[in-house]
Ligand binder design. Structure first.
Ligand code: ADP
Length: 291
């Protein structure tokens, strides 16, 4: 594999690169969101989508953002990706202020069908951002091979996206994102459009890639179970105008299994906590009690 391992899981064990992370050391901040506010202005009136969001994601973390529909998750993600101007506050990636699409970010969207180019093969789709980045041919080939191998698509590299199932197309989008070796990988409800079994497989793939490659992931979903299953932390958003209700630490073991983890008592407690927060938010109650 030729992927860079910029961080890796932040737990105090030895990660695959052989680097020992002492429990006290804090990995550097990859992404910092400070006082973000977003108001959509139009002739029909203003909509305050996001009121005041402040959080950061350390290098190598896998953080989930969960909130009810209309809570401003997509707005937040577009602000982070430099696709929307902020009304107030700042977004910083690797210490650089984001004021347009930053080079160090890759985004996987829900609509894989629209994010892949149908006239290009799987390999060409994965390779394209590397070409734009100016990577050399041999390096591109190596990275594309490694990424396709990592997502289990090495044998369909010459197929076109439309010849693949929805789950496989989303794997192509994930391969493209990891081959690019972003500083932060943003995922916007990436599995909302696939069936339950495929979704579980793709969740396992994200955990595996994160653990193996050490990529920093910010994963947005409206699915509470998915957020708790995937994340090391879950940021629970309020209803619009949005603030962070609670930063829930997911103290489940690093090895997660669809059946075992989801049926564990701790999973149920964490799930109930996030659910409770979202329900309370809908009724306008702001709770800060610990799980
Ligand atoms: P989520 O992704 O959590 O469902 P969104 O970020 O899509 O939420 O939307 C948050 C709020 O902002 C919603 O009330 C939505 O109607 C509003 N909104 C989103 N985009 C626009 C826009 N371009 N103009 C005006 N209001 C918008």
């Amino acid at each position: 594999m030729t992927f860079s391992t910029r961080g890796g899981p932040t737990s105090p064990e030895t990660v695959e690169t052989g680097t020992t992370v002492p429990p006290s050391s804090q990995p550097p901040v990859a992404l910092d969101v400070d006082g973000l506010r977003k108001i959509y202005r139009s002739d029909n009136g203003d909509v305050e989508a996001v009121r005041d969001l402040t959080f950061s994601v350390s290098r190598g973390e896998l953080v989930c953002i969960v909130g009810p529909s209309g809570a401003g998750k997509t707005t937040l993600l577009r602000c982070i990706a430099g696709l929307l101007d902020l009304t107030e506050g700042s977004v910083t990636l690797d210490g650089q202020s984001v004021d347009g699409p930053p080079e160090g970010m890759a985004v996987v969207f829900q609509e894989y069908g629209r994010s892949l180019f149908p006239w290009m093969t799987v390999r060409q789709n994965v390779e394209m951002p590397l070409k734009e980045k100016g990577s050399r041919r041999a390096e591109r080939r190596e990275k594309v091979d490694a990424a396709l191998e990592a997502v289990g698509l090495a044998d369909v590299s010459t197929a076109h996206p439309w010849q693949l199932s929805g789950g496989m197309q989303q794997r192509v989008a994930i391969a493209r994102a990891v081959a690019y070796e972003p500083s932060v990988l943003l995922m916007d409800e990436p599995f909302a459009a696939v069936d339950a079994q495929t979704r579980a497989d793709l969740e396992d793939l994200v955990r595996e890639l994160w653990r193996r490659l050490g990529v920093t992931v910010l994963f947005v979903t409206h699915d509470i179970d998915e957020a708790v299953f995937l994340g090391q932390r879950v940021l629970v958003l309020s209803n619009r105008p949005t603030v962070v209700l609670e930063d829930v630490n997911v103290d489940l073991p690093d090895e997660r299994f669809q059946l075992e983890t989801r049926s564990s008592p701790r999973f149920a407690e964490l799930r109930a906590r996030v659910y409770e927060l979202i329900q309370a938010a809908k009724k306008g109650v702001r709770s800060t009690a610990e799980v």
